[in-house]
Design a protein around this ligand. Structure first.
Ligand SMILES: Cc1cc2nc3c(=O)[nH]c(=O)nc-3n(C[C@H](O)[C@H](O)[C@H](O)COP(=O)(O)OP(=O)(O)OC[C@H]3O[C@@H](n4cnc5c(N)ncnc54)[C@H](O)[C@@H]3O)c2cc1C
Length: 320
């Protein structure tokens, strides 16, 4: 038992992964799924739905010919995420751009029915804004090529993330189409791309504080709320965490208005309208977006930060 609980199990609840016609249980590649959570949530009255997301294969940088690609350097002057950041930013590594071509298209179109997305294996609703490469060829047949953005997965790793090539095609098809792309002729797959289907709650059963309407003291955040994305998960997690602390301290919950912050828009959309597909936070969703600027964060959010003790007093004094 506990006084308050923040639940944020991501894609793990009843996670099922797909690589072509091979499917297996899992929350993330190499990690088991969470099988009891959905039953517990249903027991307290939450309605559950099924969403789907996916990722691209990971490649060994030592097998990529970067000379055939265009180098994309990072910003010369790095703007840190926090306006209070004073330290040194980490060393940067460049990204590279290449493109799919007619040969890639032929391989993918020929095998499209073998993708878990189109073979009928996946029934959950997909992320409209991060389509798989096979979905791009199906939805935009007139496009001669699609961009592939090769991103290093870290400063000290050979692993590369070929952004744009999310897929649930079989392993051998992934290998074949990768090798048709300029610079990736000899690319070695470290982990195949896959799709993952998982349970989510109906977010209309949450309050603006992200507390469950079904069980007092239970706060639910992240992908299980029907969102997808790092920022969406971090924003929801912040509110759920603050409010779990408020709950046990008998303080009123922290809620942000749509005109206060993008987090306010995200949560208001989720708890009032709900979502029937993985929700991404776009600037276009915010009717007050002219007001929601990085440069005026202090003015918009300092009162809440002060009231809830979210920032050090010394920092508040400095900001004031
Ligand atoms: C394959 C894939 C690719 C993605 N690519 C991108 C991307 O490029 N850009 C982007 O913005 N977003 C991406 N996303 C989305 C983003 O990663 C998620 O939306 C976000 O990480 C969700 O955060 P979370 O905290 O809800 O869950 P997670 O980050 O998944 O964390 C859930 C945690 O809960 C733990 N857990 C689960 N069940 C239990 C249990 N029963 N007991 C104890 N612990 C448990 C897990 O071990 C895990 O550590 C991707 C997601 C996936 C699945």
């Amino acid at each position: 038992s506990c006084q308050a609980l923040v639940l944020c199990p991501g894609t793990f609840p009843n996670g099922m992964m797909f690589v072509g016609d091979v499917s297996f249980e899992g929350g993330r590649f190499g990690e088991p799924s969470s099988k009891q959570l959905t039953a517990s949530l249903k027991n307290i009255g939450h309605r559950m739905m099924r969403f789907k997301t996916g990722t691209c294969p990971r490649l060994d940088g030592r097998s990529i010919n970067f000379e055939k690609m265009a180098m994309q350097k990072g910003d010369r002057k790095i703007t840190p995420f926090s306006m209070r950041f004073k330290g040194k930013t980490p060393k940067q590594r460049p990204c590279y751009i290449t493109y799919t071509n007619k040969k890639t298209e032929k391989i993918i179109v020929k095998n499209i029915k073998r993708s878990a997305l189109f073979s009928g294996l996946i029934t959950g609703t997909s992320v409209r804004y991060c389509p798989s490469i096979e979905d791009k060829y199906r939805k935009f047949p007139d496009k001669a090529r699609h961009q592939v953005f090769l991103e290093p997965d870290g400063v000290n790793t050979n692993e590369y993330y070929p952004n744009g090539l999310s897929t649930s095609l079989p392993y051998e098809v992934q290998e074949e189409y990768l090798h048709s792309i300029s610079g990736l002729e000899n690319a070695r797959i470290l982990r195949p791309g896959y799709a993952i289907e998982h349970d989510v709650i109906d977010s209309r059963e949450l309050k603006h504080s992200l507390e469950s309407k079904k069980l007092a003291g239970l706060f639910i955040a992240g992908q299980i709320d029907g969102t997808t994305g790092y920022e969406e998960a971090a924003g929801g997690g912040l509110i759920a965490g603050v409010n779990a602390a408020c709950f046990i301290s008998d303080l009123p919950p922290l809620t942000l208005a749509r005109s206060d912050a993008y987090i306010g828009v995200l949560i208001d959309d989720l708890v009032t309208k709900g979502t029937n597909e993985p929700y991404r936070m776009f600037t276009a969703r915010a009717e007050y977006r002219l007001r929601l600027r990085e440069g005026n964060t202090k003015i918009r959010l300092l009162p809440q930060a002060r009231q809830y003790g979210l920032v050090d007093k010394s920092v508040i004094a400095q900001m004031e």
